[in-house]
Ligand binder design. Structure first.
Ligand SMILES: Cc1cc2nc3c(=O)[nH]c(=O)nc-3n(C[C@H](O)[C@H](O)[C@H](O)COP(=O)(O)OP(=O)(O)OC[C@H]3O[C@@H](n4cnc5c(N)ncnc54)[C@H](O)[C@@H]3O)c2cc1C
Length: 432
């Protein structure tokens, strides 16, 4: 009999719970620990921030589905992981024991690292649905009182796609309202070049995104370090490629949405031998912690080193399909260990992403996500916008019915030769 805990009920955690449950025997037990009862489809937050979606449209109450799947569901959150005693401590003081733990806690948002930064101060965020709702109120104010807008991602950020998406979606919304001419826009980013995305680009994302920003009259500053945000002005230092000071900017704004740097959540931050100094969980190629082999991690909370040196620190994004591949590998590896075998499944970490611009978008496919790659492709078109809407509906449906990968998704990925698991051992019968 095995007792498994999945900590965090976001994109990775919910899929992990559904996939793990399929592998358990009658005497095994699965518990999911969430912070609140709802799942939020984070990729739709940019739409919430321009009121193209209500928050309720992109949230799912997980209680019913967990109940239906016979998964115990704690909704009060955890305060600490204790890997030396194999326990997770909850906010009410209870300690839940585990045989296997999967950490899927996503990011803690490091707004406090820059004075005046974040939704408690002067800039907006779209990282959580609550933030996106608040950003929508700030967009309402911008519409009443048009003026300069700054959008982007600060030093240490690893998630750049949503910043581009939101800049272009807001541009589309302002054009629809015939007021774009009263809103000068600047994209401020720590990336060394437009379209780097923390991945040293994918296909021609540099050319595609530069051209998109140029065509929409959005100016940009790269290699940017935000030093301070004041009520109506952002102080930005621009560095040269070699890291030397290039120029200081004092940018006025009526509205700003800047993505923060991420770090590990308080429940794991500082746990010795589990996390790195920034609080990200250290794992080997099997998604397994090296010191605590019964602890696995998936999603944004996983430690991945940056790609190469950049003038301003830039992290590597953990994207949806990449996270789903971590889920599949982890479920298989825990099943292997439960059967008395060592873990042997390795996730592909491929990235398939749809970046919506409101009236079009860019799709890219990086196989694997970290270069050098076997496949490196990006393409632009109106179809991306509709594909993203379709994907949102499809993913929310999967969460509502409690299914990670229906047979038709498996079939479609097979046809496209896109795999979640690497063929480390070609003789292994279960390699997909
Ligand atoms: C605005 C935005 C848009 C994005 N759009 C895309 C996209 O279009 N395509 C794409 O591929 N990727 C996208 N991503 C990247 C990535 O897919 C998402 O961030 C995804 O939600 C990450 O999944 P996760 O499971 O790691 O973390 P999350 O989905 O953030 O889930 C983490 C969960 O853990 C919970 N948690 C944290 N601490 C505790 C605790 N102590 N106890 C219990 N629960 C806890 C949190 O409440 C949360 O529910 C986007 C990211 C952002 C921020």
């Amino acid at each position: 009999m095995a007792n498994i805990i999945v900590l965090g009920a976001g994109l990775g955690g919910t899929m992990m719970a559904f996939e793990m449950q399929e592998k358990l025997g009658a005497n095994d037990h699965l518990t999911v620990i969430g912070q609140g009862p709802t799942y939020q489809f984070v990729p739709s937050n940019p739409w919430v921030a321009v009121r193209w979606r209500e928050r309720k449209d992109i949230e799912v109450d997980l209680r019913k589905v967990m109940d239906k799947k016979k998964i115990s569901f704690e909704t009060i959150g955890a305060t600490r992981v204790h890997p030396t005693s194999n326990e997770v401590e909850l906010t009410d003081g209870r300690k839940l024991p585990y045989d296997y733990l999967v950490i899927s806690t996503g990011p803690d948002l490091a707004f406090d690292e820059i004075p005046g930064f974040g939704p408690e101060h002067y800039t907006q965020s779209i990282c959580q649905s609550e933030h996106a709702e608040k950003a929508a109120e700030a967009v309402d104010q911008l519409i009443k009182n048009p003026g300069p807008v700054i959008i982007g991602a600060v030093q240490g950020a690893s998630c750049f796609g949503p910043a581009y998406e939101f800049a272009l979606i807001l541009d589309t919304e302002l054009k629809k309202r015939k007021m774009r001419d009263r809103v000068p826009m600047t994209f401020v980013t720590s990336e060394p070049y437009i379209g780097h995305l923390g991945l040293d680009g994918v296909g021609d994302t540099k050319g595609l995104l530069e051209s998109e920003l140029r065509q929409r009259h959005i100016k940009w500053i790269t290699n940017a370090k935000v030093k301070e945000v004041q009520q109506d002005k952002m102080l930005v230092e621009e560095l040269s490629e070699d890291g030397a000071h290039k120029q200081d900017h004092e940018l006025p704004f009526h509205f700003s949405m800047m993505l923060p740097a991420f770090r590990g959540v308080p429940a794991v931050l500082g746990v010795e031998n589990l996390v790195n100094p920034r609080g990200f969980v250290m794992v080997n190629k099997f998604q397994q912690n090296m010191t605590f082999p019964n602890v696995f991690a998936i999603g944004v909370c996983v430690a991945i080193p940056p790609i190469g040196k950049t003038a301003v620190p830039v992290g590597v994004p953990k994207t949806g399909f990449m996270i789903e591949s971590m889920v599949t590998a982890t479920a298989q590896n825990i099943a292997e260990m439960m059967a008395g075998r060592p873990p042997s499944f390795v996730a592909t970490w491929n990235a398939i992403c749809l970046a919506d611009f409101g009236d079009g978008g860019v799709a890219f496919f990086a196989q694997p996500q970290i270069p050098p790659r076997n496949m490196n492709w990006a393409s632009k078109g109106k179809w991306v916008h509709y594909a993203k809407i379709g994907f949102e509906k499809y993913f929310l449906h999967k969460v509502q019915v409690g299914e990670s990968m229906p047979f038709y998704e498996k079939f479609a990925l097979e046809v496209m030769h896109i795999h979640k698991l690497k063929q480390e051992d070609p003789t292994h019968p279960e390699v997909q």
